[in-house]
Design a protein around this ligand. Structure first.
Ligand code: ADP
Length: 515
């Protein structure tokens, strides 16, 4: 947040004049905003149902991709590259999700002489294969979660390996992501069905049913390191994000710095992340994910070769614009010319703290089922230290075709306590009408004593689910009581609309010279 820490604007030997954004929603808008600040023209691509979306309105040019299903629109790499060529975009920013980690797409861009704003196709291929990433960790002597390094041939092998490692274990898809194809197995009798389900989910989601298994670490923390690599072999780490508030292994709240790891652990993790990124010849923005156990032992989980959903948390504590850094790196700039010296040396803001809540259109009272529909009213929180990354507006439709995340609410503070209080205040201000959201759920988590103390692991939500839900409903009951009370009072007033009441008002008004 501190202004003096922002990257200096320096002349660039080469800079893109036009960038196509191969994505939608808040991240497309986020990228467009940075491009505008850099004086770069933007090209949006959109599906039929996103015709009226904000990225389409904000971009300098916009082209239709096709019908709503992602396969026919945002995953149609050939069409996206054809549009980029036709309109003269020199680079493509893929955002996150969709084609962002697709090495075939990055290769297609390269073949067509369009810069893919992300790592090379080779790096994408190596990091997209979780087993190849584990191999890489082994090579540079960074401990990965105990487990196997080649895909399981069949159920018999799964049983044998699980027995060797010891239950509980977790089955994972080799090509995994988004928690898909992942199953915790506590005992041998559960293995057969878990193996079947994980295989079919992995096949369906990634077209590759290969699985491997790892020891299930009990009560771990998910701590990830933000790295930046330039195209000249330089790598820096911009500190960590704690992402242990999860539901069904998916992050819902992230913060930086981690309230859990010690300074000694942080230093060791940074070293390990840089080692891994160097071994992967990493260029661009990326994240190295670790699990940390209660004794501060950390284990490599995976590399995410893209801008993460939660990148604003790092932006708020470092004062950097990571999208800008991505673009400058892709244009060939060296890190030392785009990152201020204190950050190059690993120095972050003294005491600065940031939090992010992912706002989903979902119903916490009905098993968090997506809640699509029209947003009839929206009022975003504002004020000091608050940032909202979103592309929603009054009248927009939240469709079933895409991820239900509709906004990211980020707060910054000079201390964790300040950032948490701001988040509580900002959540209270946030009004979204027309679809159900998980805002009340976030409020319940933010009020939980373990979260307030910063003493939580990835089990926080599951362990306290019924208590958190009760808290939401208590809130709703209070609102209902207030509504009843307002109704009662207004009926009373209505009922009292006798001549006497009216004339009394008239008298007061006259006395005060209002008429
Ligand atoms: P994905 O890429 O599908 O999101 P990850 O491997 O990144 O999957 O894991 C997502 C989350 O699942 C982690 O943050 C953690 O909460 C949980 N998890 C993954 N592996 C393990 C493990 N070996 N032990 C305990 N929890 C795990």
């Amino acid at each position: 947040m501190a202004a003096q820490k922002r990257a200096p604007t320096q002349g660039c030997p080469y800079m893109f004049k036009k960038i196509l954004i191969a994505n939608r929603g808040e991240i497309a808008l986020r990228v467009i905003r940075t491009c505008r600040e850099m004086g770069i023209r933007t090209v949006a691509v959109y599906s039929e149902i996103d015709r009226d979306s904000l990225p389409v309105r904000f971009a300098d040019e916009a082209y239709l991709l096709g019908p709503a299903p992602a396969r026919e629109s945002y995953l149609n790499g050939d069409k996206i590259v054809a549009i980029a060529k036709k309109c003269g975009a020199q680079a493509i920013h893929p955002g996150y999700g969709f084609l962002s980690e697709n090495s075939a797409f990055a290769t297609l861009c390269r073949k067509n002489k369009i810069v893919f704003i992300g790592p090379t196709p080779e790096t994408l291929q190596a990091s997209g294969d979780k087993l190849a990433a584990r191999e890489l960790a082994k090579k540079v002597k960074v401990a990965a979660v105990p487990g196997i390094y080649s895909p399981l041939k069949d159920l018999t092998e799964a049983r044998r390996e699980a027995k060797k490692i010891g239950y509980p274990i977790i089955l994972k898809a080799r090509a995994g992501g988004g928690g898909k194809g992942m199953r915790r197995v506590d005992k041998e009798s559960e293995m057969e069905s878990a193996f079947r389900l994980a295989t079919s989910e992995a096949t369906q989601s990634f077209g590759d049913g290969s699985l491997y298994l790892e020891k299930y670490i009990l009560g771990p923390h998910h701590v990830e390191l933000q790295i930046l690599g330039d195209r000249h072999g330089n790598i820096i780490c911009l500190g960590e994000r704690e992402c242990s508030v999860q539901r069904r292994h998916q992050k819902i709240i992230e913060e930086s710095p981690s309230p859990f790891i010690t300074e000694a652990t942080r230093r060791k993790m940074i070293k390990a992340a840089i080692q891994l990124a160097k071994a992967a010849k990493y260029a661009g923005a990326g994240t190295v994910e670790f699990l940390v156990d209660s004794k501060q032992n950390f284990y490599f989980l995976e590399i995410n070769a893209r801008l993460q959903v939660e990148h604003p948390v790092t932006e708020m504590v470092t004062g950097l614009d990571l999208v800008r850094a991505q673009i400058e790196i892709a244009a060939g700039k060296r890190l030392k010319t785009i990152i201020p010296p204190p950050l190059m040396g690993g120095d972050k803001g003294e005491g600065d703290h940031a939090l992010e809540c992912r706002i989903y259109a979902e119903d916490p009272n009905h098993d968090f089922l997506p809640s699509p529909g029209k947003i009839t009213q929206v009022r975003s929180p504002e004020g000091p230290g608050v940032r909202v990354d979103s592309a929603i507006f009054q009248g927009c439709e939240i469709s079933v075709y895409y991820d239900p995340m509709i906004a990211k609410l980020i707060t910054w503070g000079k201390s964790r306590e300040e950032a948490v209080r701001r988040m509580q205040r900002a959540l209270r201000e946030y009004q979204i009408v027309g679809v159900k959201t998980n805002i009340p759920f976030h409020e319940a988590v933010l009020a939980h004593p373990d979260f307030i103390k910063g003493k939580y692991d990835t089990g926080l939500v599951e362990r306290n689910l019924s208590q958190l839900k009760r808290k939401i409903n208590q809130g709703l009951e209070e609102i209902a009581k207030i509504a009843v009370e307002i109704h009662r009072k207004s009926s009373l007033l209505h009922g009292e609309r006798s001549e006497g009441a009216r004339s009394r008002w008239k008298t007061i008004s006259l006395q005060e010279g209002l008429r």
